[in-house]
Design a protein around this ligand. Structure first.
Ligand SMILES: [Zn+2]
Length: 125
């Protein structure tokens, strides 16, 4: 019976673990750093309004024909006068790679990822 004084965990054993944990945190940070931006609402090809996705509420556009709802960092068409309802079926969008189009109402909604601009966005008419 001899005790060689070995510890259960050696420093060299911890190094790979430390690297894995660091990389995991870096990846988490990189992906969670994607804060909700704001939505740009175009009618007839013109930017009629921008709204922060941090807000919650309804926005009526296209002369009240379309109701957009902002909630949980995303935006979706909750009501529309158009016959096909493609825009309603598109559902909620929340990243810069998505957009909502309503051809009958000539409406385009897209997300802007401009995170560097943290100014409050007000209504642009
Ligand atoms: Zn539509």
């Amino acid at each position: 019976m001899r005790s060689d004084g070995r510890k259960l965990i050696k420093k060299t054993d911890l190094l790979p673990l430390l690297i894995i944990v660091s990389v995991t945190f870096l990846l988490l940070f990189a992906f969670s750093g994607e804060k909700p931006g704001y939505a740009e609402i175009y009618h007839n090809g013109e930017l009629i309004r921008t709204c922060s996705l941090d807000d919650n509420g309804d926005i009526y556009v296209c002369g009240g024909n379309v109701r957009l709802t902002v909630s949980d960092g995303g935006i979706f068409v909750s009501e529309s006068s158009c016959p096909d309802k493609t825009c309603v079926r598109t559902g909620r969008i929340h990243t810069g790679y998505q957009s909502i189009v309503c051809l009958p109402n000539k409406l385009l909604v897209k997300i802007s990822d401009d995170n560097t601009n943290s100014n409050d966005i007000d209504v642009i008419m």
